[in-house]
Write a protein that binds this ligand. Structure first.
Ligand SMILES: C[S@@+](CC[C@H](N)C(=O)[O-])C[C@H]1O[C@@H](n2cnc3c(N)ncnc32)[C@H](O)[C@@H]1O
Length: 213
């Protein structure tokens, strides 16, 4: 099993992640009310939902939310925090397989906060293409990625404590924007936020709010 997935299957890591990033929306300074008003429909997929911070917020704001995560432990935690068992609905699923489970044009919005960063660089174009397939025309995506010197680093003892190993892929800003452009996604809003130094490499958070043509 992939080392990052193994890490996210550990219940103590899930608890640590939950305690630390329960406040992810504030941490990322995301203007949720503005997004809620502007998104072009209510059917939202939260990719790599983790403990479901964003799934719950959108569910409470009238969205019909499906949260997916490849970690059973994360999905279990997300479900335990939900007061409505149907919305958000959570499923254990690898984002690389969304096309197997969802039909074309299923979602109005795809939300992926800090989850694409665990893919290999070569997997990102394939996954974005499958997102485009399940997103309806003129649907929106909100992607939070790590920008920096392009490549994958193994983080051993980071924000989740000693012995917690995860892989992170940093992307080059221009490379990523060309990729979006080539797939006919136009940028509605882009924000950069200073991130931490991982494996000796400085990183920035890139927030890309984009629209499919
Ligand atoms: C850094 S956490 C982000 C969680 C949440 N979205 C947030 O913003 O706090 C990354 C999450 O993505 C999930 N993940 C990583 N790779 C995945 C994949 N290929 N398919 C589905 N989930 C994945 C992990 O299990 C983890 O819950």
């Amino acid at each position: 099993m992939d080392i990052t997935k193994q890490t996210y299957e550990r219940e103590e890591v899930v608890e640590k992640y939950y305690d630390r990033y329960l406040t992810a929306p504030e941490y990322f300074e995301i203007d949720i009310p503005k997004l809620v008003k502007t998104f072009p429909g209510k059917k939202l997929l939260d990719v790599g939902c983790g403990p479901g911070q964003f799934s719950r917020i959108f569910g409470e704001n009238g969205f019909d939310v499906v949260g997916i995560d490849y970690s059973k432990a994360m999905v279990k935690k997300a479900k335990s925090l939900s007061s409505d068992e149907n919305n958000p609905s959570y499923r254990v699923m690898d984002m690389k397989e969304v096309k197997k489970y969802f039909k074309e044009n299923t979602f109005d919005v795809i939300w992926a906060s800090a989850s694409l960063l665990h893919l290999e660089k070569t997997e990102i174009p394939i996954v974005l293409k499958s997102f485009k397939y399940i997103l309806r025309p003129r649907g929106h995506m909100y992607l939070v990625i790590k920008l920096g010197e392009q490549g994958t680093v193994l983080l051993k003892d980071g924000d989740l404590g000693e012995g917690v190993v995860r892989k992170f892929t940093f992307l080059n800003e221009k490379w990523f924007e060309n990729l979006l452009d080539g797939m006919n996604f136009s940028i509605i809003e882009k924000r950069l936020k200073k991130g931490s130094v991982i494996g000796g490499r400085p990183s920035n958070w890139g927030h890309y709010w984009v629209k499919s043509q």
